[in-house]
Write a protein that binds this ligand. Structure first.
Ligand code: DC
Length: 219
């Protein structure tokens, strides 16, 4: 069974997907971690983000692996554990350079489809329902008010010692939303058959309870 969740940054989809997978005894895939992993690789290999040929070559030399353990998932690039590094604000800032490239998306889609084979899984990202798993058993789109999303992102940034002011976070999120939803390949979009959930006034537990009820309704 595949449960696919899409939504913008800060909509609460990562926390919800993780907890939902735990409650159902499913595996969890954070597809954004793959884009983060390749962005990390491009930064550490010092390839210019404008150099598409260089990025293409680098991508073909890069091995990205996600391991699911009882404590969550770990991300490896060429055998190096980069789970923490890929969450750094410097990576978040540069992902759009690679996530907008068609050849990068093609490779990630292949990796994501390989990963889910034979598993009961909750997958989350931006194009899970639209492109990667259009036949998912359950499609979900999560959203929240930009101010609430910024508040969530702001407290996350504090854990990286990032002292960004909340207004800057609102600005960064709006820019990311715009880039994710207007890019040419696999833009963030809500499909009509996805269950829509606005999480602005909900905590993580309430979100998961609503999702479980919604999934059970179809069984
Ligand atoms: O979910 P996240 O914030 O870790 O994702 C980081 C970026 O990766 C996001 O701004 C857009 C990109 N992404 C994507 O293009 N497609 C996905 N399926 C997941 C993430």
């Amino acid at each position: 069974m595949i449960i696919a969740i899409d939504g913008p940054a800060g909509s609460g989809k990562s926390t919800a997907a993780k907890r939902l997978a735990e409650r159902l005894g499913f595996t969890y895939l954070d597809s954004g971690a793959m884009y983060r992993a390749f962005t990390w690789k491009a930064c550490s290999a010092d390839v210019d983000f404008g150099d598409e040929e260089g990025l293409f070559k680098l991508l073909n030399e890069t091995n990205i692996r996600i391991d699911c353990t009882a404590d969550g998932s770990e991300v490896f690039v060429d055998g190096v554990n980069v789970t923490k590094e890929i969450r750094q604000p410097s990576i978040t800032k540069n992902i759009h350079h690679v996530s907008s490239l068609e050849f990068v998306r093609k490779k990630m889609v292949e990796l994501q489809r390989d990963f889910v084979r034979g598993k009961d899984i909750v997958v989350e990202g931006r194009d899970m329902c639209t492109v990667v798993f259009p036949d998912a058993d359950k499609k979900i789109y999560m959203d929240a008010d930009i101010k609430e999303r910024a508040k969530r992102r702001h407290s996350e940034l504090k854990t990286f010692n990032d002292k960004s002011d909340i207004n800057n976070v609102v600005g960064d999120l709006s820019q990311r939303d715009r880039r994710d939803s207007t890019r040419k390949f696999a833009p963030l979009r809500r499909v009509p058959d996805a269950f829509y959930l606005d999480t602005t006034n909900l905590d993580a537990e309430e979100v998961v309870n609503i999702l479980i009820k919604e999934i059970e309704k179809d069984q």
